[in-house]
Design a protein around this ligand. Structure first.
Ligand code: SF4
Length: 346
């Protein structure tokens, strides 16, 4: 039986250099292959046209390049593109290209399904099957960058980790992918254009601060009242708000960078005066801004968007307390590409 070939993108540049030296070639060849794999995002050894045929064959004899494929692509009336992405083992995740007047943003997935169980989220209905590797995250960005250039005539400008999965439950691979995305040897994007959005895993938020990461942090808060948050995000019983608050204070102390709170207002769930007051108080702990996100019901159950009046109450109370608040309209609703709707329906 032939041994299973190794995925070449699991190798570091040094390991690639060693491979060529061990096989009687120059270490420099490893640099060339590394550039093909990451900067040029080659998905086949045959595409590596600066290498001799013999070198390409040697690579093919020893390695595979596990890569993603865009399985299906849906385009919304508003220009949003939702991709069903097929992984090398046949599993599917979704990634979205969101265009606005001034930018194009990739919303990428970090897990197949999700480890958490937010009651309002379509992804939560798919159990977590596995974490994505760093190259699978990287490939989503490459694919969406291509679509941005093709359909919007400019390169991708921003990335948000708000697709399927909880990125901090797959921290190592997310960090590896971001290293490649920001490295000049990869895509060379600025870290400040990347936002990792978490439901709030206190231990990892502190680790991110210790690791001196350069990207932005967003937290899906949705309630600043312990019982309400636990009822809609049950893992809050394990990672309560007081621990989240402490981790965010640690983050700010170390990084001096603002946090964005993502917040949806639902009818009868968090649209009372006391919900608003609790959010205002939570916002006073560290410098922050609030994104009020329009909700897209995943069914006709208990989670329905709150009234305009309730949302306006939030806005006026936050503004009265000098807290920056933006209202985020959802995009791609007609193709189920909006926040909380990614559920592999296709
Ligand atoms: S909202 Fe995010 S963390 Fe919560 S279940 Fe959905 S994908 Fe997971």
């Amino acid at each position: 039986m032939t041994a299973k070939k190794k995925d070449i993108r699991a190798l570091t540049k040094e390991q690639l250099r060693d491979f060529f030296v061990e096989n009687g070639d120059k270490a420099f060849r490893g640099n060339q292959v590394y550039e093909w794999l990451w900067h040029k995002a080659a998905h086949s050894f045959n595409d590596m046209t600066s290498l001799s045929k013999a070198t390409r064959q040697m690579l093919d004899d020893n390695f595979v390049i596990n890569h993603i494929e865009v399985d299906t692509m849906q385009r919304s009336n508003d220009g949003t593109i939702k991709n069903a992405i097929k992984l090398h083992d046949g599993l599917i995740v979704e990634s979205v290209l969101i265009p606005t007047e001034t930018r194009t943003t990739a919303c990428v997935s970090s897990q197949v399904g999700c480890s958490l169980d937010c009651k309002f989220c379509a992804t939560a209905r798919l159990k977590r099957m596995r974490n994505l590797n760093a190259d699978e995250i990287y490939d989503q960005v490459v694919a969406i960058d291509k679509q941005s250039r093709l359909y919007h005539n400019h390169k991708l400008s921003n990335i948000v980790f708000m697709g399927m999965g909880e990125p901090l439950m797959n921290y190592n691979n997310v960090i590896k992918a971001i290293d490649k995305i920001t490295s000049p040897e990869g895509l060379g994007m600025a870290a400040r254009r990347i936002t990792v959005s978490t439901s709030g895993v206190p231990k990892i938020i502190k680790k991110m601060a210790d690791d001196e990461v350069r990207f932005n942090l967003a937290v899906s808060l949705h309630s600043a009242i312990e019982e309400v948050r636990t009822s809609i995000m049950p893992f809050n019983a394990t990672f309560p708000l007081k621990d989240l608050r402490e981790a965010l204070e640690y983050w700010y102390e170390k990084t001096k960078r603002k946090v964005t709170y993502e917040y949806v207002v639902w009818n009868g769930i968090n649209d009372r005066k006391e919900d608003i007051n609790a959010l205002v108080e939570f916002c006073k702990y560290i410098p922050c801004k609030v994104n009020l996100i329009e909700y897209n019901p995943i069914d006709d159950g208990e989670f329905q968007q709150a009234s305009e009046r309730a949302i306006n109450n939030y806005i006026s109370n936050l503004e009265m307390n000098d807290i920056v608040v933006n209202v985020r309209r959802s995009r791609g609703k007609d193709i189920d590409a909006a926040c909380g709707q990614l559920a592999n329906k296709s």
